[in-house]
Design a binder for this molecule. Structure first.
Ligand code: NAP
Length: 256
């Protein structure tokens, strides 16, 4: 490795924050998966999709990046970024090639994928390729995202779907785009699970066992996310969709 080619590892650590160290050997190409999503909450479908992308696309690492203020969710209720990041960290902590990053959660303003990819491209050397992994529904909309041409230039896209999902809309949108997107679609049976299904189950006090790691379930209950608010003295207040509350005696709330 010549001096010119050498990657300044010490300097990059400062810029990288919690992002992985990649690109040190200029003789090879590195593939970094970026798992983009709101993760409200993260579930086993996301984890299986990321593992499948890791294997199928021969990635070096998958970085789960909860969106700070998701671009298309303005005016909608989204759990605090700090909670979504914490659940993502818990869910990914036992997989050696998964990482959770605060990169978007800590950024001011609305989260735009093009901004994220530009920042990453400025941090990493050119032998690091980016694979932006998200739901195929989101990929179908990518042509309408801010600075879509930059996304097409800077990253490969990976659209994860459940079996039976009709990809015609996504494929048509990509084909009609003036920009050259490189998209791979992955069929992931576990994506029958969705974050909204988990939120509904928590609000109905139903079990989340086998739908998300137990550590995430514990976090949801401990921090009273998604509509269940334990009171201090022996009862629980349930907040329904209209914001009304009803009392409940201790012991009636499922905690698993
Ligand atoms: P969304 O509209 O909430 O999700 C669309 C569908 O994709 C849902 O079925 C969702 O299921 C699924 N999904 C989301 N992330 C996934 C993932 N990583 N793997 C597998 N399935 C996933 O999408 P979103 O969460 O707001 O946004 C997804 C990503 O696209 C984020 O990184 C976001 O920042 C980016 N985005 C960027 C722009 C922009 O730059 N203008 C606009 C929109 C989105 P679950 O609900 O179960 O996750």
């Amino acid at each position: 490795m010549t001096d010119e080619m050498a990657y300044d590892v010490a300097a990059s650590v400062v810029e990288r924050g919690d992002l992985p160290l990649l690109g040190q050997d200029p003789r090879r190409t590195y593939r970094m998966g970026i798992m983009g999503g709101t993760f409200d909450p993260i579930h086993n479908g996301h984890l299986v999709a990321a593992e499948q992308a890791f294997d199928d696309l021969d990635l070096d690492v998958v970085v789960f990046m909860p969106a700070g203020r998701p671009a298309f969710k303005q005016g909608k209720r989204v759990t605090a970024g700090e909670d979504r990041y914490a659940m993502t960290l818990l869910a990914t902590s036992d997989n050696p090639h998964f990482l959770a990053s605060r990169f978007e959660v800590d950024r001011e303003g609305i989260t735009y994928t093009a901004d994220t990819l530009e920042c990453l491209a400025s941090i990493y050397p050119s032998n690091v390729e980016f694979y932006f992994i998200t739901g195929a529904d989101a990929i179908a909309e990518v042509v309408t995202w801010r600075d879509a041409h930059k996304i097409a230039e800077l990253a490969h896209l990976v659209g994860a779907t459940r079996p039976g999902y009709d990809l015609a809309h996504a494929k048509h949108a990509i084909a009609e785009s003036p920009f050259e997107f490189d998209v791979t679609y992955l069929e992931v049976p576990a994506l029958a699970i969705s974050s909204s299904y988990l939120r509904e189950r928590v609000a109905a006090m139903q079990s989340l066992r086998y739908l998300t790691p137990d550590t995430v379930t514990g976090y949801i209950h401990k921090h009273k996310l998604y509509g269940v608010l334990p009171r201090r003295y022996g009862s629980t207040v349930i907040v329904d969709a209209d914001g009304q509350t009803e009392g409940r005696r201790r012991g009636e709330q499922r905690t698993d």
